[in-house]
Every structure is written in structure tokens, then in C-alpha cells.
Design a protein around this ligand. Sequence first.
Ligand code: C2E
Ligand code: MG
Ligand code: MG
Length: 724
Amino acid sequence: MRKFKGKNSKVNFIWIFIIWFSVILSILLLNNFIINENKKNLLNTIKTITDEINVRLNKEINTKFTNLEVTAKYLSEEELANPEKAIQELNRVAEKSNFNKIAITYPDGVSYLNTGQVINLGHREYFQKSMRGENYISSLVESAVDSSAVNVYSVPIIRNDKVVGVLWGSVLTEDFYKSLLMENIYYLDAIYFVDNLGNTISQLATTPFDKNFFDFIEETGKINEKNLKAMEKDFINAQDSYKLFTYRNEEVYIYYSKLNYNDWWLLGKISTEKIKNMNSSVFITSSGISVALILCSSLSFIILISKNKKTNDLFKLIAFTDDITEGKNDFFLKNNLDKIINKKGNFAFISLEIINIKPIINLLGFKNTQFLLKEAYNYIAESLNKDEVVVHSYLGEYKLVLKYNDEAELIKRIETINLNEINKNIDVKIGIYLIDRADIKFEEVFSYVNIAKESITDHLKYAIYTEEMHKKEYDKIKLEEEIKQGIANKEFKAYFQPKYGKDGKMIIGAEALVRWHKCGSIISPYVFIPVCEVNGLIKEIDELVLEDVCQNLRLWINQNKKVVPISVNLSRNYLDKINCINRLVKIINQYDIPKELIEFEVTESSLVGNEKKLKETIDTLRDKGFKVLLDDFGVGYSSIRTISEMNFDTLKIDKSFVDGIGEERWENIINYTIALSKKLDMNIIAEGIETEEQYQFLINSSCDVFQGYYFNKPINSDEFSKLL
Ligand code: C2E
Ligand code: MG
Ligand code: MG
């Protein structure tokens, strides 16, 4: 009996112990779970804040740079020569952009401030960067005037393709910081901005670390070394995360998240104490073993969850609100797209973008534009039906999710959303994607509407995404990659099409035409030049062709061949850029080619909208001793006045004119063109001559030089050298 009793009590004890142990364990696990959840939540919160700050940062920086750029562009010669005269204008810009100081700095570093002070700032990094032609925003620097901590925006002042000074405006670091912050960051003890080396950009905290975050943490104790290394590695890999550190004798979590600008990072600090306090009720419950404690801990768990929910809801409200229109923003759509499109019906995702937002800002000013964007948001929102959404993304882009029955009805509806009813200056472009599956991600639809928008040309306003557009975009990207590779491998070669004098026998020159030798086949410029003109690679191709021409000329000169001038085509992009001519001259000098052996062809279409700059470029080329030809004359819309002001040496009649020979109207036009060119002291070349009849007509019309398949197609350098 006793024995039995004893055994029974032992069993009871084991059961009680097991229950007690499980309760303790589950409380501890629960605690641990909640704490981890909280940490994750904090990281999410910081990410939400960073996303919002990124939007603000872009907005802030773009507006300031736009204001500086516009001012730099329109400073008159008189104001530049005499900066006191510019003070009123500078003050106006400072006020508009909230710069506490603004100044013009000349190449020698001497700076004229809107306050009337004159100081030398030649040593400042932002000045040096902008003298090299860059827009730059500095990290925290000490003001040379009053030692305050500032961030400086600087842009180059460019005249005749040369940087003649720098226009800069400074913002008190504190203001810069405040302009980026959201009102509700009370979760965190402090926020810092650092660059990817850990250097302070801007900060506001009661106990700020010194200049460099990593140095500071390193100094405060060995315990941080491992985490510090991991954090430095995350910075290199652009990976958001958080780490535990000792910070001024206090244990803190540092959360970090990358910003979009300048390799900058946002750091958020929160002490472990504070996190513990946030979970305090759970900690208390974990110390007990009774059912009461289980209830207590469950209760605190529920409270905590709901508290978390409340905080999350508040954050969501802030994070989902667009501060220009006070409506919803991108994050809202990103987080809710699945819920919206999972409802009954067909949905279309639409990006409606105001494409001329910059000119509108220049016209109305930033404040009025903000007002306009808000009005547009309300106008769109009013047109929506149940289950439909509009959000405002970055300056002037609205994203909509609309319900539809069929495509025609959807298009009709989109056409009724006419922002010109609000302001007649607004120009929009609309990309549409018809959502075809409910699990589609925001990023995916976003890229589809962008592809649809990209495909819009000329006067069309909207496009619906198709697979074909995607393929085109993909092919374009692939082609661009292959072109880059081709440039690196020097696969672009010059072919030569001879030009003949009146007798049709003597070669008096040639035009260099690019050919791409790609994997055994030869690709025509019509395939790759349009792409290269958009992405800027055309400059490198033009230089490769010029270099190939010079290399061949050098070879032929050394072989004592009777060389003739070669004309090289220059793209419009090339002519726009600073220092372009010096690069060309450098190549020509490198091969020691006499100037009269190189000529340049500029197409008529590149004159449009670019007259002033082009005239300067053409004059410079001629001053340096090169002849300049006007190519494809007759295809563009340039006026006779423009052409007469441009000082071309030669006018090249386009093939489309030559094709018209045989028809009286065209023959009259050719005769008229030739007479006009002679009056303007220009030589005449006709290109694209394919028949004897065309050649004879042109001889009789006093054309000077002849080029076309009738004589030769473009041929490679070996074949051409045999004709010399
Ligand atoms: P373009 O400068 O007007 O060159 C004349 C084009 O007409 C050349 O085409 C030439 O092969 C072609 N052509 C010449 N005679 C005849 C003819 O009798 N009949 C016919 N049907 N065609 C003739 P290509 O070589 O395909 O070049 C096309 C265009 O690409 C050039 O027009 C030029 O604008 C551009 N291009 C060519 N090479 C370069 C280059 O190195 N740089 C730049 N920027 N553009 C280039
Ligand atoms: Mg040409
Ligand atoms: Mg031509």
C-alpha cells in the first residue's frame, strides 16, 4: 500500500513537473517568437520608412537640381561676368528651393555668394566634381562662412560646351534631414544617414557618433567585431538587415537599409532595453508556472499582437499615403494588388504618365504643379467604379486598376479620362496591361505597362501590352549587349564607296560607311544605328570608323598610294556633346593624317532643333581645317536660311531626289538646288546614282561629284585600295 502510494505520488510529481516544464518551455518559446516577430516587424518598419524616404529623397534632390540647372542655363553673360547682378535671381532660387546659401563659383575657386560674401572654395569636392560636368550632392560639410553643418547641391554652368563655373546651393543638414523624415518614427531612438563607407551624411540624434559609424562602433568594444564585419559585408552586397552592437555602453540594434541615392544608407537605432520593454508583459508572465500565468501570458500575447496590429495600421496609413495628392501611393497598390484583382471580373492595370512634367514645373512652379497633380488625382478617382483603384506614384505618374468587360469598352473609358480638362498643357502616355492571372506580382505588371508605354511613338496616346512588344524589348536589349561586345571586339569596320569627278572615271574621294562583321555575316547600319542613336553607343561606333579610316589612310600613304579624301559620317548625338571634336582630332593626329584627307558628313535631319549648337560644331570643325558636308539634303525640313547660315562646304543631294530623275518636277527641283548651292558657294555631290540616265542628267545640271551603285557599291578597304 505504502509502496503503491509512493509510486503514485512519484507519477503525479513527474506529471506536474512535465506540465510545469512544458508551460515554462512554451512561455519561453512564445516569448522568443514574439520577440523575433517584433524584430522582424521593426525591420519591415524601417524598410517602409526607407521606401518612403527614397521617394522623398528623389523628389527633394530632383527638384533642387532642376531649379539649379535651369538657373545655371539661363544666367545671362552679363550676370556671369558680373555676379553682383545675379544676386536678386540667386536669392529668388534660394528661397524657392530652401537653400540657406547659393553661389556662383568660378574655375579659379572664387565664389560669389547671394549674401554678398566672396570666398575661395577651390578645394571643395563638390566644386571639383561639378567642374568636371557632374551634378553632385555632397555629404555633410562644414560651411566655410559660418561653420554650420550643410549638404551642398552643385551643378556645372556650361557655355559653348565648356564648364565656365559651378552653381551651388547649400541646405542646413538639419533641414535636409527634416525634409526627408516621416513624422512617425517614434519607434526608433535615432536615425542616421551614412554613405557606404559609413561616413555621416546627415544626422539628428541626441548622442550622434562622430564622423564615421564603423570607426565609432569599433572604438566602443571588441564585442562588435563580428557583427561589424557582417554589416560591412552587407553594405558591400547592398543587403538590408540589422545587427546588435554596444553603443556608448548601451546594447542597441542597428537596422540598416539602402537608399536609392549616392550609395547612401539609412541607419535606425533602437536599444535592446526598449525592445525588451515593448515585450515587458510577456517577460513578466514567463517568470511564473501557474495556469494564471499561462492566461496572463496569453492575454499579454493577445494585447501585444493587437498593439502590433495598431502600430502596423498606423504605419500602413502613413506608408500608403502619397504626400503630394494625399491619396494612395505605389506601396498601397503593391501591398493590395492581389486583393483587388482577386475580386470578380476582368481587371486592367494602367500606367498613365504625364510626360511633360518637367516643362510643367518650369511653367507653373513646383507648388502649383503639386496642386495640379492633386486635382488630377481627384479627377481620376471620381471616375472610378467599385473595386477600382488609382494611386499616384512618382511625380505625375498615376497607376490605375480598372474593371472591364471588353477591350473596346476599356479603351473608350480610358479616353474619357482626359487630364486636358484640368490643364490643356498636359501630355500623357498610357500603358495598359490586361491582367490574365490572379497571382501576378506588382513588379511584373509594372514592367508590362512600362513596356507598353515604351512602345508608344508619335501621336499615339496609349498602347496595350502584347507579347510581341516584350519580344521587341528583349531583342533590343540583346542587340544592345551584342553591339557593346562588338565595339569591344572592334567588329565595326569602314567600307568605302568611291566618289567620282565629271568624267566618271577618276576617283576623287570616298565615303566611309560602317559595316558590322558579326559572326561571319555583315550587318547593315540600318539594323544597329537607330538603336545606337538612342543609347548613345553611336559615338563609339563613329570613333571606331574614323580610326579604321585613319589606319587605312596611314597604310596607303606609307605604301605611296595616291590617296583621296575620305568622308566620315557623324551622328547627331555626337555633335551634341562637349569635347567631341577634340576626340576626333586626337584620333586623326594619332595616325598623322593630313587634315585635307578627312571630311565629315552631317545629315540634314540633325539640324532640326539643334541649330545653334550644330553651327558652333561645324564652325569648329572647319576652323580646324576639315571640310563639312550636308548629307541627305532634301529629306529633312531645314530651311534655306538655316542651311545658308551653316557654312557647309558641300551639299549632298539625297538619293530620293536622284530617283526622281526622269520626272520634270524632280528635275526642276534638282536644277534649282544646284543653282542655289552654287550661289551659296557650296560644292554639289549627288548620291545614289544607279543609272546612266541619272548620271547624264546630273552632268548636264553642273553637278560636281558623283556617287552611287552605278559606279561602285561600298567595298572593303582591300578592294578599295586596289582602285587607288
Ligand atoms: P548615308 O550617309 O546617306 O549613306 C549613303 C547610303 O546609301 C549608304 O547606305 C550607301 O550604301 C547607300 N547607297 C549609296 N549609293 C547607293 C545606290 O546607288 N543605291 C542604293 N540603293 N543605295 C546606295 P548604308 O551604308 O547602308 O548606310 C546607311 C546610312 O547609315 C548612311 O546613310 C548613314 O546615315 C548611316 N551610316 C553609315 N555609316 C555610318 C557611320 O559610320 N556613322 C554614322 N553616324 N552613320 C553611318
Ligand atoms: Mg553619308
Ligand atoms: Mg546620304
